[in-house]
Design a protein around this ligand. Structure first.
Ligand code: CP
Length: 313
């Protein structure tokens, strides 16, 4: 078991995580997975603690996963959605956050369409803040659960060819994965049309290509991303049909990957656009394993931020 002196108050992005911290969170998540195998999947670790899920953007996986994670640890979990709150009457993020902070939660988990929103929040509240996705900046818990899912499927990260294909430009998942998978020594490939593939990402050490065949050839992991039409302010490709023909993953293209390669996707999937139905539901797909792993990762972070300081486990 890894031991470390955990002093972090917020989880805003993986950019400032050390390799040791990433390993410690994953190791803690392994302990949490054991809880999830029990008949009664609940421990009293966060009894008396309050977690507020503050979501200004739609979410299925992340919000539900944080709610389940908090409840598994016996925290009181409160869900806030902007459409049914005073945000709909014009209240600002700052006023909303200060009012929630005044009710003395231990942790606010926030998703927001603006990049940097979680950093802003963390400067104005006294509780801990976890970034559940801020614009196209970072999605740190997704980065950690992706790393843990690959570790479970492959036993290692170092040296694996991991290809991420799709709307790289608008993807907060990619930006977190560049820090987590990149730091762990993966051979990272980013692939998409030039308009959605920022050249400066090569500075992270990742390989960039517009050719899906080059990305998939001999890959150990192929991670597909959705086209984020809600963040696109201009036309980045002629049509969804053409995009799908050029950058969609189907059985023929996937046959170029290693025989034991796995397929990932953070969700939500646009079936038939970036990924064929057949592959999404195939034995090589670990997409639902990612979702399952997400609960353990989020339990680990809630535990470490609210209850497990200086934890040795
Ligand atoms: N992966 C992810 O963030 O999914 P949701 O948008 O459903 O939370």
């Amino acid at each position: 078991m890894i031991r470390m002196d955990w002093r972090r108050k917020h989880v805003l992005g993986l950019a400032d995580f050390s390799t040791e911290e990433i390993e410690f969170v994953v190791d803690t998540a392994r302990s949490m997975e054991e809880v999830l195998t029990r008949d009664i999947k609940k421990v009293p670790a966060l009894r008396g603690k309050t977690v507020v899920n503050l979501f200004f953007e739609a979410s299925t996986r992340t919000r539900t996963s944080f709610e389940i994670a908090g409840k598994r640890l016996s925290a009181d979990v409160v869900n806030f959605t902007s459409t049914s709150s005073s945000v709909a009457k014009g209240e600002t993020l700052l006023d909303t956050a200060r009012n929630i902070d005044a009710m003395k939660p231990n942790i606010i988990v926030m998703r927001h369409p603006a990049s940097g929103a979680s950093h802003f929040l963390s400067r104005h509240v006294s509780c801990s803040v976890i970034n559940a996705g801020d614009g196209s900046n970072e999605h740190p818990t997704q980065g950690l659960l992706d790393l843990f899912s690959i570790l479970k499927a492959k036993g290692k990260i170092k040296g694996l060819k991991i290809s991420i294909i799709g709307d790289i430009l608008h993807s907060r998942v990619v930006r977190s994965n560049l820090h987590s998978l990149g730091r762990m020594g993966a051979d990272l490939w980013l692939c998409g049309p030039s308009t959605l593939l920022p050249r400066e990402m090569a500075r992270s050490g990742a390989n960039l290509t517009n050719d899906i065949r080059e990305a998939v050839r001999d890959a150990d992991v192929v991670m597909m991303l959705r086209i984020q039409l809600e963040r696109q302010k201009t036309a980045y490709f002629p049509s969804i049909r053409e995009y799908s023909r050029t950058y969609g993953l189907n059985r023929g293209i996937f046959s170029l990957a290693k025989k034991d390669a796995v397929i990932m996707h953070p969700g939500p999937i646009n079936r038939g656009v970036e990924l064929s139905d057949e592959l999404a539901d195939s034995a090589q797909s670990i997409i639902l394993n990612q979702v399952e792993t997400g609960v353990a990762i989020r339990m680990a972070l809630l535990y470490l931020l609210a209850g497990g300081h200086n934890a040795a486990h």
